[in-house]
Design a protein around this ligand. Structure first.
Ligand code: PRX
Length: 652
């Protein structure tokens, strides 16, 4: 944790009340919010049970709201439903049949709109195809795709037949695919020939081929390929199937089965503190309930809105708030394939103007990039359709918050800074736009039903403005159920410290007004452009290069990305060969993907270690950030640090 950051936040005195007309028409106003809080306080089980019955379409009612045997929670026991029905079928006879479910825009400008009826039909056809291929309830299906409508169709079809999708972000490398596919023994990979990114082809199918080469991913039987870029790819007739050929003969009707409320809906890998990425498991009913409710409460989704979340579906933000939440609410969700600055830095503002976007949800790293590109780009466009702005992924600095408010929201739109995680499934701490006064840089308050708190090392709540650990005192329906195939890791990682209380891994403080300020990770996780990377993963990638003996990876603050990766590396033979820095950076890209590329690599004869042999990353982080290294009393050999400092001075 960085003390400077806390000081600057403490000076934040600006408060913005919800605009009166927004509050008047909001899905949740202060009064309704208070009612929900009260209802929860009186009887949490009744609160959740009532919401689950009101919101979801059950094939069979549940008999018990919660079975809590820490760290394992089961919600809505005995209940049965189908999550794709919540997203699609339920809207077909409610007047939304011909409403746009997904408005898609490709990077090349191509556009497709799928109404609820059309999306339902495509999902049914693909579900039929999957079943015909022998994909069954509980099977795992990897999805490694560009942001095209087929990605949404594939995920919803998996949900429909009870197969678990395991989406792997399209920027990940072959090695990353291999780890995730082998880790969850996927039977099938759904991909595309390629995707478009800044006018260039991202060769997704080639990367899948590389992951499967030499006996990699032995559980994979088939690869389904969407035609997108139409460039030449290699083809294995016995394994590869074109998407269009597969669905051509399929019927648009499919009778959904009912699944247990706790049936796992999907796996999504995320970086953990130690070792390999963790396959977070979410369960059907609880996840569906909370993503639906938070979409309505936090985004104030209305029948006529065009809603746009700019995340990639490869991350939890896209799962919950491009797909499952908005579709359950019967909203129109916009999906965009490309980058914010292609062909020009006003691509997003152009999209907002052309599609009349009302609600816009993006990440602080993007906002900082927009600031750098200049306010003239949004100024070129009519953004008056916007009525609500959102932020997610990392702490938003007050300066970026104010810029967002002024230049995108024209001082009219409330901003919801939503704190949550892959593990939490949906929003946890966020303003309710029609009810909560907002303060630049604070995610404000826990949502009704979420008992977030800031505690000290012993688990006691800390006082106003004291820093501590962010925890959640009671389970909530959308919490992760476990880590795929590793209950012990689930328990140790999230419930190891405080027993029945969920440890988020973030530092936080609460101010005298009750607003929560997230202060960043307390563990070895680096947040680069809102994406979580475990230092261990990057270190393992570096050490897998033959020239490297040992590596320690830390974060240093970065104006644009939030944090940048700095790697300290010791070598087999002390002298780095020519261009080794670039070779190693490229090696990490190859092993993990471009998001993990170190900004800087420093060669050093030794790493600072404790007497028990642990690398002292804290000191390295100080050096990387140009700070004076803190407490060095546990250091085994102070000469190591001296030489690193010397090296740093020489660089400066
Ligand atoms: O450190 C917090 C940061 O992102 C982490 C979760 O990352 P991930 O699982 O990849 O999910 C990102 C999208 C939900 C958190 O532990 N984080 C996320 N949102 C915020 C945030 N930090 C501060 N403010 C936020 N609004």
């Amino acid at each position: 944790m960085n003390d400077d950051k806390i000081d600057s936040i403490l000076q934040e005195k600006r408060i913005f009340n919800p605009p009166a007309d927004f509050a008047k028409n909001a899905n949740l106003n202060a009064e309704k919010l208070a009612e929900l809080d009260k209802k929860y306080a009186e009887d949490p089980d009744k609160y959740w049970g009532d919401l689950a019955r009101e919101e979801l379409v059950w094939d069979k009612d549940f008999h018990t709201v919660l079975d809590w045997k820490p760290p394992f929670a089961k919600w809505f026991l005995g209940g049965e439903l189908n999550v794709s029905v919540q997203c699609l079928d339920r809207h077909l006879d409610t007047g939304r049949r011909n409403k746009a479910a997904i408005i898609w825009e490709g990077e090349d400008g191509e556009q497709i709109t799928l109404t609820y009826q059309q999306l339902h039909r495509e999902v049914c056809r693909f579900a039929n195809a999957l079943e015909l291929m022998g994909i069954k309830q509980g099977d795992r299906v990897a999805v490694y795709m560009p942001m095209v409508p087929e990605m949404a169709i594939a995920m919803l079809a998996c949900a429909r037949i009870g197969a678990l999708h395991n989406v792997i972000f399209g920027g990940y490398s072959a090695q990353a695919i291999k780890d995730r596919v082998e880790g969850s023994e996927c039977k099938l990979i759904i991909t595309a020939d390629g995707g478009w990114r800044r006018g260039k082809i991202v060769p997704l199918k080639d990367t899948v081929d590389e992951a499967l080469a030499n006996g990699g991913c032995p559980s994979v039987e088939k690869v389904i390929v969407v035609r997108r870029t139409a460039h030449e790819i290699t083809w294995d007739k016995s394994r590869d199937i074109w998407w269009d050929e597969l669905i051509a003969p399929q019927s648009g009707k499919h009778t959904p089965k009912s699944f247990d409320a706790e049936h796992p809906l999907f796996i999504l890998y995320t970086s953990g503190t130690t070792g390999s990425p963790k396959g977070v498991i979410h369960a059907s009913a609880g996840y569906a309930l909370w993503t639906k409710l938070t979409s309505r409460w936090v985004f104030d989704l209305k029948e006529d809105d065009v809603y746009w979340c700019t995340a990639d579906i490869g991350w939890i933000t896209g799962h919950s708030y491009i797909l499952y939440g908005p579709l359950q609410e019967g909203a129109t969700t916009l999906m965009f394939e490309g980058a914010p600055n292609y062909p020009e830095p006003d691509r997003f503002w152009d999209i907002i103007e052309r599609h009349g976007v009302n609600i816009f949800y993006t990440a602080p790293t993007a906002i900082r990039a927009f600031m750098k590109w200049g306010e003239e780009w949004p100024a070129k466009h009519d953004l008056s359709s916007l009525r609500l702005l959102g932020s997610v992924g990392e702490p938003i600095n007050p300066e970026a918050w104010m810029w967002y408010r002024e230049h995108i929201g024209h001082n009219q739109c409330p901003i919801v800074d939503t704190w949550w995680q892959t593990e939490t499934g949906g929003h946890m701490i966020s303003p309710i736009p029609g009810a909560t006064p907002t303060v630049p840089g604070s995610a404000t308050r826990a949502l009704p039903g979420i008992e977030a708190d800031v505690v000290d090392r012993d688990g006691n709540s800390v006082g106003d403005d004291e820093g501590g650990l962010l925890i959640v005192r009671r389970p909530w329906p959308a919490m992760l159920r476990t880590v795929y195939g590793n209950d012990a890791r689930f328990k140790a990682g999230y419930f190891g410290r405080f027993g029945d209380k969920y440890l988020a891994g973030d530092g936080a403080r609460r101010d005298a007004n009750g607003n929560i300020w997230i202060m960043g990770r307390i563990d070895d996780i680096i947040n680069v452009s809102g994406h979580r990377l475990g230092t261990m993963e990057v270190e393992s990638a570096l050490v897998s290069h033959p020239d490297v003996t040992e590596a320690a990876v830390v974060a240093r603050p970065d104006d644009l990305k939030g944090q940048a990766i700095v790697a300290f590396v010791t070598l087999e033979n002390d002298k780095p060969g020519e261009d080794l820095e670039n070779i190693l950076k490229q090696h990490v890209v190859h092993e993990i993907g471009a998001i993990a590329r170190p900004a800087e690599i420093r060669f050093t004869p030794a790493l600072p270690k404790t007497r028990s042999g642990k690398i002292m990353r804290r000191l390295l982080a100080d050096i990387a950030a140009g700070r004076t290294p803190g407490d060095t009393t546990t250091l085994e050999d102070s000469k190591v640090l001296d030489s690193l400092k010397e090296q740093m001075n020489a660089k400066a």
